[in-house]
Ligand binder design. Structure first.
Ligand code: KG4
Ligand code: ZN
Length: 345
């Protein structure tokens, strides 16, 4: 089966073509992505209305690109998949509307996909895909979750953030430091030059005994710490501090987030007795997180799988892949009921 997939939940328009197989992992034939980040940067965050309008502009040219790169025609597509949620309602409606209209015109069925299942299964797009079962650490801009994954569609939540997500902690701390949206990757880059032990920041819920996370307090601690540093240096703006000092605070912030993520992942592995960890979502691109997880997991003979770097953040490939894996496993049939809805939350 040929699956054409659309992702439009936030500020990335993604389209991809995936082929199911009788056995093994479905194959990615082609994918195309357009990131709106530059457009939203002027506003310090995603502007939902602008995001929806830009998805409309990009989605058909990207589809054309995907068809050409895959060497397949629209008529050969068997199922059209799209992100049904969570995400921005208007943005989701673009992908859902285009997917359902296209499927209706072709007389082919549609399949709505959960955005987080796309992230969760994105490591299956890599050359060395994981095997079930595994523990998954899902760390995106909107979610931080630990899950037990026994197969496609067989997910058990072990713990999650009770407030901000890890990506949000990165982005909000970065904003305090005067970095552009989304600040996570920029903060991570500065952290590489800083001393992670320079400032003592809280490790929320580190010793809570359960697998839940809380990151809302961290940004307050970063704010208080940055105000102290600025007062001592007698500067009015964080950007006026010496580069080394700013890098030290970035490194200390990253260290606090990463330590909690690593510790809780190791606890989840121990509790479930599993020897495989899958890390997915935008924060999974963080090099410090990867290095520390790799080191700790190597000591415990645990294999860690990540999506390829460019597939950590939102993309269409993971949505087409999740749809293909659901279809291939017989878990879900696509439908010709074209009256679509979306699930923003
Ligand atoms: O999964 P994603 O693309 O979007 C959601 O579904 O939320 O994740 C985006 C998040 C943002 O918060 C971004 O700052 C963060 O991932 N991120 C990073 C890095 N790259 C992306 N955070 C820390 N270090 C990075 N290298
Ligand atoms: Zn995402």
């Amino acid at each position: 089966m040929l699956v054409l997939g659309f992702e439009s939940s936030c500020d990335e328009t993604g389209v991809a073509m995936v082929q199911t197989r009788e056995h093994g992992v479905p194959t990615l034939l082609s994918h195309a992505l357009f990131s709106q980040i530059e457009m939203h940067q002027a506003y310090g965050g995603v502007v939902p209305e602008l995001a929806s309008r830009d998805h409309i502009r990009r989605v058909l040219p990207l589809t054309q690109e995907v068809l050409e790169a895959s060497g397949r025609s629209l008529a050969e597509v068997d199922v059209v998949a799209y992100t049904r949620g969570p995400g921005l309602a208007g943005a989701l409606l673009v992908g859902a509307g285009v997917a359902c209209a296209m499927a209706a015109a072709l007389g082919k069925p549609v399949l709505g996909v959960h955005h987080l299942e796309g992230h969760l299964l994105s490591p299956f797009l890599s050359e060395d895909p994981p095997e079930f079962p595994f523990v998954a650490l899902l760390v995106s801009g909107g979610h931080t979750q630990l899950m037990r994954v026994d197969g496609v569609g067989r997910y058990e939540m072990l713990g999650e953030s009770i407030d901000d997500a890890a990506g949000e902690a990165f982005d909000k701390s970065a904003k305090l430091m005067g970095l552009a949206y989304p600040g996570g990757p920029l903060l991570a880059r500065m952290a590489e030059e800083g001393d992670p032990k320079a400032y003592a920041l809280p490790r929320p819920l580190l010793h809570s005994g359960n697998l839940d996370f809380s990151f809302a307090g961290l940004k307050t601690a970063v704010l208080v710490q940055s105000q102290k540093i600025m007062a001592a240096a007698d500067v009015a703006q964080f950007e006026d501090l010496p580069h080394g000092v700013r890098c030290d605070l970035a490194a200390s912030t990253q260290a606090a987030i990463v330590e909690v993520l690593v510790k809780k992942s190791l606890t989840a592995l121990k509790q479930t007795g599993m020897s495989r960890l899958v890390v997915a979502g935008g924060v999974g691109a963080n090099r410090n997180l990867r290095a520390q997880l790799n080191a700790e997991c190597a000591k415990r003979k645990v294999r860690v799988h990540y999506p390829e770097m460019h597939l950590c953040t939102d993309n269409g490939a993971m949505i087409a892949m999740a749809a293909a894996m659901r279809l291939q496993s017989g878990l879900q049939a696509a439908t010709t009921h074209y009256a679509f809805d979306v699930k923003p939350r």
